[in-house]
Design a protein around this ligand. Structure first.
Ligand code: GRF
Length: 205
């Protein structure tokens, strides 16, 4: 086995996607990666608790302590670099990342979005708003997408997608949960391994 890729998961909330990665890692399904750090931009995010329970180093870096967004990002970059992070998974991370941050890990940051991109994505489409828009349009299929992060919101190259049925009596909350269970928690750990394997192979060359 080649050297593992040290990766971080960045979160803002409950961390169910993080949990799916922790579980996949424990089950040996991400053999090319090592989850080395969890970063939250929300101090009391339950995701931090999940990381600590799994014995993974976890830090909260909030905007509060910094004069501006740039200083806040500089601190995130400093801590990620100090932990030797080569690859980043955004799992419900709600802060906007600057072009500078994205360039620092070019093609090394992925994100999960709860729709089939290019539908219901881009600026303003987050959380329940995505599912409200899908139901309002009357689409019969939605799903989730894992994509690379670039300077365009939800605009980077697509890595994996999974479709999920919509039913007539769906509410945004019901649809959100079904998409998480059937799609997000499945494709995010898979995409993490795909990217870690590619990065590990590129390192060997
Ligand atoms: C997920 O629906 C994800 O697609 C979105 O935010 C939610 C995060 O949930 N970007 P969790 O914190 O992983 O439970």
């Amino acid at each position: 086995m080649s050297e593992k890729i040290r990766y971080a998961v960045m979160v803002s909330g409950g961390g169910t996607n993080l949990q799916a990665i922790i579980d996949a890692q424990a089950a040996g399904k991400i053999p090319h990666g090592e989850l080395a750090l969890v970063v939250s931009n929300v101090e009391d995010a339950y995701a931090l608790e999940r990381a600590r329970k799994a014995g993974i180093p976890a830090v909260a870096i909030t905007k509060k302590g910094f004069t501006d967004h740039e200083a806040f990002e500089e601190e995130m970059i400093r801590q990620l670099d100090a932990a030797g992070i080569e690859f980043i998974v955004l799992a419900g991370f709600l802060a906007i990342l600057s072009e500078e941050f994205v360039k620092h890990w070019e093609r090394r940051i992925i994100n999960i979005h709860p729709s089939l991109i290019p539908s219901f994505c881009g600026a303003g489409f987050y959380g329940l708003k995505v599912h409200e828009a899908a139901l309002a349009k009357g689409v019969k299929i939605s799903g989730a997408t894992v994509h690379f992060v670039n300077e365009i919101p939800d605009g980077g190259e697509i890595i994996l997608q999974k479709a999920v049925r919509i039913y007539p009596k769906d509410t945004p909350e019901k649809l959100q949960l079904r998409i998480m269970k059937q799609a997000e928690w499945v494709i995010l750990p898979k995409a993490t391994e795909i990217c870690c394997r590619e990065l590990a192979e590129a390192k060997k060359k």
